[in-house]
Design a protein around this ligand. Structure first.
Ligand code: AMP
Ligand code: MG
Length: 543
């Protein structure tokens, strides 16, 4: 926890936005607009049940034995106007562990359903996430604070409502890393160790083991998902569906105006647009969500629910980080844009009670396809340092490049980042991107040189000065991403009580497009020892 004890006046990163107003979380007032606006569960007991007609159930977090702050995001705290904690056992840890509720908090678990791996799964809901309330930032924005791993809720089904340290480290780091990559995402304020163990069968091989437990405090304008609407629609709860839609539009899409049939249509279109932009960013940075079930799709177009996600290392559109997904590879990198469209179609179905005009919904889905295509093209052009991909031959240039990247295992992140350094005849700068010696074979080298020659000729047609081109490329091609093996190193150390790797990764990933040569080792391709090591390449859903 160096971050807490460091002399903050000497912070090399300068003042944090809102710091002047920064105050302790315990002195803040929370709002409960969600609880007031949408129908709640009449039953107050905390036992697993179906909850017809309600959008949420009131439930308090279950206290934990010994909360300790293991990580804290200054950047996220800055958004909320929160003062940094002093040390691991700062009293704020009690709040962020769910041990202490403030008087203005009205904690609840949301009810939602979802399509999991293509099938309707019925009621799911926040089985281990509990929202504390909504905090107003110094800038006047409203942020929902939600504890993940805070204990059982009416939606926990057969599970324990807890989260393990390994998956919590992954969610904490990736939420913040994605934000700094410029990808729409939910945020993470803190990671608290519970001082309790959680039993998990990590490999689903019948060998459950005790693991350290942890709680992430997640932060977003809202954690409402497609599934919150789907559950109401599937049960014919049209009044609840409308109230939830009206609330979400009024609070999160105010520019659309007061809810009405045409506004519902424009709202769906906007969800499609935002989802498209998010997907284009995922493809740009090589992010694979791993579990794109409709209960993991944010209504605000934010990346949500970091589970068995991963980053493409060797470029391979059929790669999925999720071992549960291996049989069908439904959620593989290259499938993601189509899956998002499928998920939006499920949402459209759920909204037919509000939007009877089917062509309006179809139009939204078309907007998704158009916005995804145009955003992805623009981002690809930036990755290549071209002002557009509209010239004759551009499509073939791109198709041929991805063909070459697949022919021999080539690290997507390193290849694009280093492309700015390569020349028509100069393949050398790309060498660190290759996982196998095959890449240096005569045949592959000549394919690559051939492509680089065409690319250099195409780049030469741009009016931009070379330095400008490189700057554009470096803004589109991150140097540092949260490779699974790096996250695993942070986890292994954290499990031994050492949070320094986590802190280092957080710092470096706050500036993913900068060179940071002193951290060069965090920008290397995955080492061979990590190829098949648990947590470093593939992950299960067990968390
Ligand atoms: P996920 O795969 O994490 O998106 O979760 C799918 C569903 O299972 C959601 O309803 C979660 O709340 C629930 N769930 C996942 N893990 C747990 C857990 N440890 N305890 C209770 N519910 C859980
Ligand atoms: Mg989920």
């Amino acid at each position: 926890m160096q971050q807490q004890v460091r002399d903050r006046s000497a912070d090399p990163h300068g003042p944090i936005e809102g710091r002047e107003a920064a105050v302790d979380l315990s002195t803040r007032e929370f709002d409960d607009s969600f609880v007031r606006a949408v129908p709640g569960d009449a039953e107050a007991g905390n036992f697993v049940r179906q909850v017809p007609g309600a959008s949420y159930s009131r439930v308090a977090p279950t206290p934990v034995a010994a909360p300790r702050l293991l990580a804290w995001s200054d950047a996220c705290a800055g958004l909320l106007g929160l003062a940094p904690p002093r040390n691991e056992t700062d009293p704020v840890a009690e709040i962020l562990a769910g041990n202490r509720l403030l008087p203005s908090m009205q904690p609840y678990a949301a009810r939602y359903g979802g399509h999991q791996f293509g099938n309707w799964a019925g009621q799911l809901g926040d089985g281990r996430a509990i929202t504390l309330g909504e905090l107003r930032s110094p800038q006047g924005e409203s942020w929902e604070l939600q504890l993940k791993g805070a204990g059982r809720t009416p939606y926990s089904r057969t599970a324990d409502g807890r989260a393990v340290l390994r998956s919590s480290v992954r969610e904490f780091l990736c939420s913040e890393a994605m934000h700094f990559l410029g990808v729409p995402t939910t945020r993470a304020l803190s990671l608290v160790g519970t001082g309790e163990v959680v039993i998990r069968d990590m490999f689903y091989d019948g060998d459950p083991r005790p693991e350290a437990g942890a709680i992430v405090c997640r932060v977003a304008p809202s954690f409402v998902r497609f599934g919150n609407f789907e559950i109401h629609a599937s049960r014919g709860e049209h009044d609840a569906l409308r109230r939830l839609a009206d609330y979400v539009i009024g609070k999160h899409f105010p520019a659309l105006g007061a809810p009405s049939p045409p506004v519902y249509g424009r709202w769906f279109e906007e969800i499609c647009r935002r989802t498209a932009v998010m997907l284009a960013h995922w493809m740009r940075v090589g992010f694979v969500h791993g579990v794109m079930n409709t209960d993991n799709m944010s209504i605000l177009g934010l990346t949500i629910d970091y589970g068995p996600y991963g980053w493409l290392e060797g470029y391979d559109p059929s790669w999925t980080p999720n071992t549960t997904d291996l049989p069908g590879r439904r959620y593989a990198y290259g499938q993601q844009p189509q899956v998002a469209a499928w998920n939006l179609a499920r949402l459209a179905n759920a909204l037919t009670a509000l939007i009877e005009d089917i062509p309006v919904l179809e139009h939204g889905l078309e907007v998704y396809a158009e916005v995804f295509t145009s955003s992805w093209r623009r981002m690809l052009a930036e990755k290549l340092g071209l002002s557009s991909l509209e010239r004759a031959g551009d499509d073939a240039l791109v198709t041929d490049l991805f063909g070459i990247l697949q022919q021999t295992e080539t690290d997507m992140t390193l290849f694009f980042r280093r492309l700015a350094l390569a020349g028509a005849e100069n393949v050398e700068p790309l060498r660190p991107a290759f996982y196998s010696d095959e890449a240096l074979s005569e045949a592959h080298r000549s394919r690559l040189v051939d492509w680089l020659t065409r690319y250099a000729a195409r780049a030469g047609q741009e009016a931009m000065p070379p330095a400008h081109r490189v700057a554009i490329m470096n803004r589109a091609n991150p140097k540092y991403v949260l490779r699974n093996y790096l996250a695993q190193q942070a986890i292994d150390a954290a499990n031994e009580g050492d949070t320094s790797m986590m802190e280092r990764l957080l710092r470096v990933l706050e500036r993913p497009y900068e060179e940071q040569t002193e951290h060069e080792e965090l920008a290397q391709r995955r080492p061979e020892w990590a190829r098949n090591k648990a947590g470093c390449s593939a992950l299960s859903c067990s968390s």
